[in-house]
Design a protein around this ligand. Structure first.
Ligand SMILES: C[S@@+](CC[C@H](N)C(=O)[O-])C[C@H]1O[C@@H](n2cnc3c(N)ncnc32)[C@H](O)[C@@H]1O
Length: 279
């Protein structure tokens, strides 16, 4: 178990997909226009949400490797992808998906990307991608990943990296104090050394620019309101729990913050597309 329940990933999937930056999606599709086949590695794949959103942007023949250290999530990914596709054929641990006019072959790789990045990445892929991953990792890991991706001359595309902006509706006078505590919690070690947390988007851009890549960023904030009540409630509960664990805010203030019913929240995210130099 990684601590990421499939139900939590299900709850956020629709919002994740609608929040992705469309300009970067178009730039990705343009870069790979005419590529057949295309090989893709998805790091920290969870239940396969990133494939479901990214595959429609790529060509008719795709070979994906989904990587996670949680076998339960890899199993859930196989199930959900099978349900998502128009047709599916399972051969051992490989899955062939048929979606519209596309054939998408999927392999599943259980690997700890913190400890064995080389095994996780496997042979050079055309595209290395990830979704909602990089706030968990360290700046040092981001530099290591950028170097490995650049050595393979792969393109890199990641979406929904938390960027530190968080604004709740209605506002509360302790919002800033709670957010500071939440960010302290975010920077705790999640298995990669001190986590980049809200600094991850800048660290990604800097690491790939230093490797000679052309880097584009785009806004992919969650803007939650009417219709998103279940996700807002889960987020508020998780936010408060993280704040509580830091012991940086007194319990009376936390209780007062918690007692206010939230009707909306903006959670800032950044998408990053980094393309290798030509040649
Ligand atoms: C926030 S979830 C995102 C899942 C999925 N990409 C999505 O967008 O729904 C982070 C994912 O990273 C995976 N993960 C965390 N640490 C990992 C590690 N050291 N090695 C491999 N996967 C890891 C978790 O198991 C989880 O699936």
């Amino acid at each position: 178990m990684s601590g990421f329940a499939p139900e939590w990933l299900d709850l956020r999937e629709g919002v994740d997909h609608r929040s992705r930056n469309r300009k970067l999606e178009r730039a990705l599709a343009k870069h790979f226009d005419g590529w057949r086949p295309i090989t893709v590695v998805d790091l920290g794949c969870g239940t396969g949400s990133n494939l479901r959103a990214t595959a429609p942007l790529l060509g008719p023949e795709q070979h994906w490797t989904l990587v996670d250290n949680d076998q339960g999530l890899l199993d859930a990914a196989a199930e959900r992808l099978t349900a998502w596709a128009d047709g599916a054929d399972r051969q051992g641990d490989k899955l062939a998906l048929f979606k519209g006019a596309k054939r998408i072959d999927v392999a599943f790789r259980r690997a700890d990307i913190a400890r064995d990045l080389k095994a996780a990445l496997g042979p050079s892929a055309n595209l290395v991608t990830a979704s909602a991953l990089f706030d968990l990792v360290s700046v040092e890991f981001i530099a290591r990943l950028a170097a490995a991706v650049a050595a393979a001359k792969s393109a890199f595309y990641t979406v929904l990296t938390y960027d530190g902006d968080q604004r709740w509706t209605p506002e509360h006078e302790a919002d800033a104090d709670l957010l500071a505590a939440f960010h302290a919690h975010q920077r705790r070690d999640k298995g990669f050394g001190p986590a980049a947390g809200p600094d991850a988007p800048d660290a990604l851009s800097e690491a790939f620019a230093a490797a000679g890549y052309a880097v584009q960023e785009g806004d992919s904030a969650w803007r939650l309101g009417v219709g998103d009540e279940a996700l807002i409630a889960e987020l508020a509960a998780g936010f408060v729990e993280a704040v509580r664990e830091t012991a940086q805010v007194d319990t009376t203030t936390i209780a007062a913050w918690r007692s206010l019913a939230r009707t909306g929240v903006v959670v800032g995210h950044t998408d990053t597309l980094a393309l290798p130099p030509p040649g």
